[in-house]
Structures are given as C-alpha cells and as structure tokens.
Design a protein around this ligand. Sequence first.
Ligand code: ADQ
Length: 756
Amino acid sequence: MPLERSAKAVGSLLNQSLIIVSNRLPVSVKKGDDGRMEVFPSVGGLATGLSSYTKNADNKWIGWPGIPSNDLTEDEKRFISEELRQHNCYPVFLTQDQLNDFYNGYSNSILWPLFHDLPVTEAAIRERDRFWNAYQQVNRLFLEVILALSGPEDAVWIHDYQLMTLPDMLRQARQLVNIGFFLHIPFPAAQNFADHLKWGADLVAGLLGADLVGFHVHSYMDNFMAAVESYGMGTIDKDNARITLPDRIVQVAEFPIGIDYKRYMRASKDPAVLQELARLKEMFPTQKVILTVDRLDPSKGLVERAAAYQTLLQEYPNFHGKVTLMMLVVPSRTEIEAYKNLKSRLEELVEDINKTFGNESWTPVVYMYKSLPFERLNALYQLADVAFIAPWRDGMNLVAKEYLASKPNKDGVLVLSKTAGAAEELTDAVIVDPARPETLVSGLVRALKMPAEEFRRRAGSMQQQIQNADIHNWANSFINALHSTADNQEGGAHTLGLTGRQAAKLNRRFGAASSQLVLLDYDCVIAPLTPAGMEGLPAELHEILKELSVQADIVIVSGQTQSLLEEKLGGFDNITLVAEHGLFERLPGEKSWKSYRGTDWQAKVLEHLEKFTEKVQGAELEKKDCSLVWHYDKASSYDAQNAVLELKRVIGPLAGVWKLDVLQGSMFLEVRPKGRSKGSTAKEMAARNQYDFVLVVGDDSDDCSLFVDGDWPEEAVTVKVGPGRTGARLRVFRPEEVLGLLRSFKASGSVLAVSA
Ligand code: ADQ
C-alpha cells in the first residue's frame, strides 16, 4: 500500500530546524586497546552554549567524529553513527589522507598561520595545491551530509576556518536555505590576506554564500569587509555592516564568544576543587603563582612568555624564590612539524631557566604538558595570583575569561596581550604588546606588585562583563540574528509581518475587486502539520472556502497525491485542485484529473529505489501517481547517507535521459518529471484571467518558490507562512493566522483563490 504522507519531515516546518556544522563533533569516538569503540561527549564551550538547541531532536550537529575512517570497518561506522545519533550528532567520515591534507595541511599549516599573522613554512607552501584540493574535497563531503540530513527550509550554522568554502557550496545547492557562518579565529588585514593567500578570493566567495557572517570583534569584521571590497565582490555598507551582492544581502556582525560563567563560579565551592586547591596551596605556601594555560600552538606566544619570565628573573633578583611560573600546556596538532619544533624550543628554554635560577627549594618554572580535568584546572585558576596570557594573536582567548570567572574573591590579576580578541572586552586587564617584549616583563612586574584594592576592583568589573555576555547569550544572539537575516533576502528585504491594519486593507481590496484569485498552499499552510502528521482542514475552513468559492477563483496547490486531495477536498467542485506539485490538476466542475507527465520512466527508477528500500532498514518508498519518494527518516543515518549518495549517482544518468528532477528534502529523496512545480502552475493560473485581486499564501519550503517562480503582478499579495528566506511580501507565522485572514474575507462578503 503506498504511503500517504507529507514530503516533509514532521515537525520541521512549524519550527525551522537548526543544523550545526563544525569540523569536530561535540562527541568523540576512540577505539580502546581491546578494540571496543568508546563514545564520549566533550563539555567544550560550544557544546555547552548550543546544548539547549541540540537537545531538540529536530536539530542536528554534523562533524568529524575524531577517528580516521581507515581504522573502521563498515559495522563500526554504522555503530558510531547510531551512537552519535543519540546525541543528535551525525558523522562525516574522513580518511587519514584527507585529515593530513585538509586538516593538518590546508587548515592548520596555511590558513591558521596566515590568519594569525604568522609565517607559513616553505614545506607547506610546496604542498599547498594538494592541500587546497583536499580542503575543497572535504568541504564537499560535509555538503553531501548536510544535503542528506536537512531540508530546504532549515537554518544551517557553519563554524570556523576549516569550512570556509562550504557556505557557498550549500548556497549553490539550495537557494532558500538560511546559512550562518562564525569564524572563531581572527580575520587578517585585507593586504595580508591578498598578498599571501593564493585562494583568498575563493575563501571570501565561500563565506559570501552565507546570510550572516559572524566574528568575535569589530576589527575582524572590518578586515573581512575590506577583503570583499578588494576582490570587488559586493557593495559594502559599513554603517549597517551589510554586503550587497547582485542577488542577496550578507549581514556581517560581531558576536564575542563567552563562557559558561555560572559553571566556573559554582566550581569554586565544589569539594573536589577545594581539596585540590588545598593540596596546591601546600606546595606554594608563600610564593606568588603566575599561570599560563594554552594549547601548544605558535600563535599563543609560549616561548616569548617563558623568555619574558627569564628576563624578569634576570632583572629583578628580589623575585627569586618568591614567584613560580606554572605553564600548563595541552598537546595540540602533534603531527605538524612546526608544532613539534615549538615543543622542543619551549622545553629547552624551560630547562635552561630552571638550571640557571633554580635551587633545591625552588623550581622557577613548573611545566605540565597535558590536559587537565575541569576540577583540577579550576583549582589552578583559583590558586594563581596572575594569569599571564600573551598570545601573538588570538581570536578571543577563553582562558582569560575562565580565569576571572573562577575567582569568587576577585583575587587575581589578568595580564593580557592587546592582540587577543578578549582585550577588546576585558579592558581592565594589564594590557601588554607581544611585539614589544619589554611590555611583557613590565606587565608581569605591575601585576605582581598590584595592590589588593586595585586588582579586586579590576577583576570585579571584568567579571560583570563576562557574566553578562556568557556562552548562552552568544549562541542565542547568533541564532536570533540568523533567523532575522531571512528578511534581508530577495523580496524578503521588504517582507513584513501581517499587521491588523494590513489585514483590514487587504480585506477592503478584496471586497472591492471584481475578479479575485486566491491561491493557497495546502501542506502546512491551510492544513496544519502536527507531530502526528498532516491534519485535515479545520472544519471552519471548509465552511469559509465553500462560501468564498462562490465569488472567487480558489486554487489549492499541494505536494500531496490526487487521492489525498480528493479525500480532503473532493467535495468542493468549484475549486481548482493541484496535486503532486503541479503534476496533476482538477479544474472546477470536472471529475477527472489532467496529468502533465507520462510515467514510463518510473519502472527504471523504481528498480533502484526498491533495491535501496530493501537494503536500508527503516527506509520507505512512497509511490505517488507521478513521482517516487524515498523516505529515510526512520533509517540508520549512516546507511541512509551512503544510500542517498549512491542513489543520486545511479539515478543521475536516468534523470538526464528522462528529464527528471531529483529533489532532496528533509530526510527524503523525490524523483519526478522536470518542469512542473507549484510556481509554474501558479503562473498558468494567473494567466487564465485578468484578476484585479490576487492573494497567494504558501510556506516557500520547496526548492521552487511559489512566490518567485509564480511571476506575480506587482499588486499581487504574497504571504509566507513561517520563518525563513522568502520572496513573499508579507509574513504570518501560523496556519491559524491564514484562517483568520480568510475568515475576515468571508465576513466582508468577498471571494478568494487558494494554492496548496
Ligand atoms: P583555542 O585556540 O583552543 O580556541 P581558547 O579560546 O583559549 O583557545 O580555548 C582553549 C580551551 O582549552 C579553554 O577552554 C581552556 O580551558 C582549555 N584548555 C587549555 N589548556 C588546557 C589543559 N591543559 N587542560 C584542560 N583544558 C585546557 C579557538 C580560538 C580562540 C577562541 C576559541 C573560541 O583560537 O581564540 O577563543 O576558539 O572561539
């Protein structure tokens, strides 16, 4: 028996789903010594900030699960996919070669140094063509997974420098999707960018695929807009931070990332933390502790900080035995040569300082090369008198904020370089300039000697700042801004909420017109979608349509089959019904449906779809009269993703021969004859009469827009139901509001035309 359902994942329309995309997932996988898979969630800042979104099963997080796919069997990949799915996470599997060239290569040996104003090694320059190819190839793999798992109406939030070409790839594939991008590292000055980056224009064009591009601080926004200008890619409106492209507007904005402030503050009372703190205090009963906490990375200026401390000990012997530098360094990107060399240089210098100045009772530098659990890190923050944070360049630097948030008694001094994004917010820090090493030394001296009253005041004001702009605030601000950028696009620049006054005006226009067309989308526009599935028409709407159809031409357009429309609307013999997105049409007064396409292609395509329905457990095949829909929302995401790729590959040539469209929606793949759509049908309807009032109401969730493709006259009233990008002029949010509008038309004795 054929399935009867909407070609949309239930629940995805009323609330636009959010797809988060980052290089790494917030859940990692590793293979234990016994060969068993271990899946462990991380409690990183991003995962915390987005947790309220990722708990909703309609939202998804796509990324690499942390293990090369060469090490995995097909069964293991399936197992990983299923485990991750419980966290609403979906993997992009990458081979070791891809990781070498895309991640260690282009991302971390070329983009990372260039974006942090550091030199790129000769070795990386030699390999850059290969690295770049891998970068694009991996970005395309991410694209495939996004397309397989999301619908055209979803919002997609892409993170960071590893995925800079992805927004444009996604825009090419889906015109209507709402895309946000956030860069976690600095954006370099335009000159630096153009002079050193062979594919700079491709990267900037990649980002311009987004509707919203976010940065930590204002100067990075300015640099990005200057780069866009230098490549002549758009018109810059600096005052409103907008870039106008020929077909769209890109909004640029600053969103300084924060931390989970409450978690750090609370930890200061945690017994495990207090126990660790007591142990540490015994080790350093009288000494002042200067703390550094960083990934071992060339951008963090670790050697320079150790050198500044060495100078301090040389120039200020009175500090001998009274201070200790604790360097907590977490291993990072250990396969890259430049990182290995950095480790050797840093460790040699630490050894040298300890040899020169240390004695039996005092080790000037305590060096730890490891990752510490949250409680131990928090105890270190509480212990430290000074946090010494002097990166060469840093997008934000969360350690600075974590340190201050761990100080309930405000007993700490933050030394911070002006080249960290955090310096734009934490202006009460002792600011130093890494390009002038003497400022690092004087900054340390000032911090070590600062009176308690002064450092308490400074810490207090910075804590306030960090508390107000925490990680939840950051995530919510970005997502809200992303949703509102939908209104920047196409006709959306003037898409307005339908106010009571506008509704009254429409009502008057409708009443005064002599010929009216009301074209209504059925699915989720006049027939609400609930978690239980598509509901029938509300009884009141039946009555309204009956009365209105006496005066107006009413057209109901739907993606549903003829039989479903007959069941729900068959009783109306003076309404035009359009089924399967325009493939079938039943005109007023007629009993039979007109078909626009033959079905001779179906047997060929069916063969493949049936094979995959059998192969992929949970997949379901819906045979409509003129199209075939392969649903995979109940299937394993791993099997489904692979099957979608394979299906597209095998159906592609058939689609060319038979002139078919292969449409990918949220968890379904639909194959149907080319050419007919809700939009093209709408165009024909409008041309059949000289209407002096046209109302079109739809949700714009199909790849073809009812509003844009309908080619409506200037005075037509187009109304979009729900959030997201649209070519409509007006917007309402719920089907109930459409009902209200139609009710008012009935009351005015006017007539309407509707599309489903
Ligand atoms: P990172 O370069 O990783 O982040 P940072 O913002 O300081 O830099 O975050 C490091 C995180 O790692 C902190 O949460 C810190 O607590 C943790 N950490 C460091 N050493 C540790 C250790 N030994 N043990 C345990 N935890 C440790 C990138 C950008 C930054 C930007 C962030 C967020 O480079 O500029 O602030 O993303 O956007």
